[in-house]
Write a protein that binds this ligand. Structure first.
Ligand code: ZN
Length: 429
């Protein structure tokens, strides 16, 4: 049965295809289990002195976890113990180890790679990947942890443009310390820091206040921080204030998407307020404004002829004060402003926005204009650099998938490492 180590490997060895091993036997047990016995073909070097050994001391069978091969297989390694014949070496004997199965390992490296691949690249849940490979969730998670430990050091990267954005990493929970205490709403937020040029997630920190991000940035080397030219954030005053402290020489850009969201919010709030003031009730399906509430939030340039006609009908029939139309026009003017190609153009659009709000000053339009003016420096950085948090948002979509496949992470560390691994894999691809 044992083939010579030179020349062509036997058919079973070729099919089994485990580097540094050859198949000694392949048998079907009484229970219908396929059992494959392998032996290492590598040169056994003593781990203490490195001298190659030629004398076998003893052999024993070790069970190996391996990838399924056309179904489940039981793999046994006939592992040898060798004498070290180097007289100066304190070690009398040693057990062989291979790259596929390092010392103390019980799984082949190709199995661990397959598990990490299934979870990170194919986006399967760790438990699902484990089941498909006939191993425990624990082993899959250990493989993921080991992969996370080899992630490239963030401090060795030199990102020029960062994006910072928050997301909720699981649903809201209610919590109370004991029977007597009141229930507290717990919103598990995490903040993601992304390299805007590569899209790679550099860090994930707890919470969405400025402390977590501040600590993370402070942990980076000074040269790293000085190398950052632009940071894109959503309009959060806390972040902006804190960024001035952490990255004083870095320009801050505000994300256009989040500003448009604020403008959409102004339209919706105006619609709801007007319904209460004029009709004394909330909007209903019979109200053109309510029926077309989503159309009101669409970008004007994406509207079809029919959509434009419907919108015109809303303003004619369901907007006696003209305030809904004013909010809509302010929203569209802000969108035009944010799409400016140059600062001069943006400043002209700001003057038009000011004119619109002056002509129809409502609670909502005045507040929107105030926000725009408060964030004007950051808007100018946005128009000059084009740095938006869109890449962070894209990652957040990927993160949502991770959350869904993970079916709720109880352990935030597992969650974090999954995101970093996936992002690193995508960046490398
Ligand atoms: Zn030795």
């Amino acid at each position: 049965m044992i083939e010579p180590t030179t020349g062509q490997p036997c058919a079973a060895t070729v099919i089994f295809n485990l580097p540094e091993y050859r198949v000694l036997s392949a048998a079907l047990t009484a229970f219908g289990v396929r059992r494959i016995t392998v032996e290492s073909t590598g040169v056994p070097g003593c781990p203490a002195c490195g001298v190659v050994s030629a004398r076998v001391k003893d052999r024993r069978l070790q069970r190996l976890r391996d990838v399924p091969l056309a179904g489940a297989v039981v793999v046994l390694w006939r592992k040898r113990r060798w004498f070290c014949d180097e007289p100066a070496c304190p070690r009398g004997s040693f057990t062989e180890a291979t790259d596929e199965v390092p010392r103390r390992a019980r799984s082949t490296r190709r199995l661990l790679h397959a598990l990490v691949d299934a979870v990170i690249r194919s986006g399967r849940a760790a438990l699902e990947a484990a089941r498909a490979h006939g191993v425990s969730w624990w082993l899959a998670q250990t493989a993921l942890d080991a992969a996370a430990a080899t992630l490239p050091d963030v401090d060795l990267l030199a990102p020029k443009r960062l994006g910072i954005d928050e997301h909720r990493y699981r649903s809201v929970r209610w919590y109370r310390a004991d029977e007597a205490s009141p229930w507290v709403r717990v919103e598990p937020w995490m903040t993601t820091i992304v390299d805007l040029d590569t899209g790679q997630v550099l860090g994930i920190v707890d919470g969405r206040d400025s402390t977590g991000v501040g600590d993370w940035l402070f942990a980076r080397p000074l040269a790293w921080r000085l190398g950052v030219e632009v940071v894109a954030i959503d309009p959060s005053a806390a972040f902006r204030k804190a960024l001035r402290m952490w990255l004083p020489r870095t320009a801050v850009s505000v994300d256009a998407f989040h500003l448009v969201q604020l403008a959409n919010q102004a339209v919706t709030e105006a619609r709801q307020r007007l319904s209460q003031e004029i009709k004394g009730r909330r909007g209903r399906a019979v109200d053109p404004g309510w029926a077309n509430r989503r159309l009101l939030l669409r970008g004007a340039e994406t509207l079809s002829g029919r959509g434009r006609a419907r919108l015109r009908a809303v303003f004619e029939s369901d907007d006696p004060t003209g305030q809904l139309q004013a909010a809509w026009e302010a929203k569209e003017q802000l969108r035009t402003l944010l799409a400016s190609g140059a600062l001069e153009e943006a400043r002209d659009h700001l003057r038009i926005l000011e004119g619109l709000v002056e002509a129809a000053p409502t609670v909502e339009t005045k507040r929107l204009l105030r926000t725009v003016k408060r964030w004007w420096n950051e808007i100018e950085v946005l128009i000059t650099t084009g740095a938006t948090t869109a890449k962070v948002e894209a990652n957040n979509t990927a993160i949502k998938n991770i959350k869904r496949t993970g079916r709720g992470f109880r352990n935030p560390d597992n969650y974090r490492s999954r995101i970093l691994l996936r992002s690193a894999a995508q960046t490398a691809a």
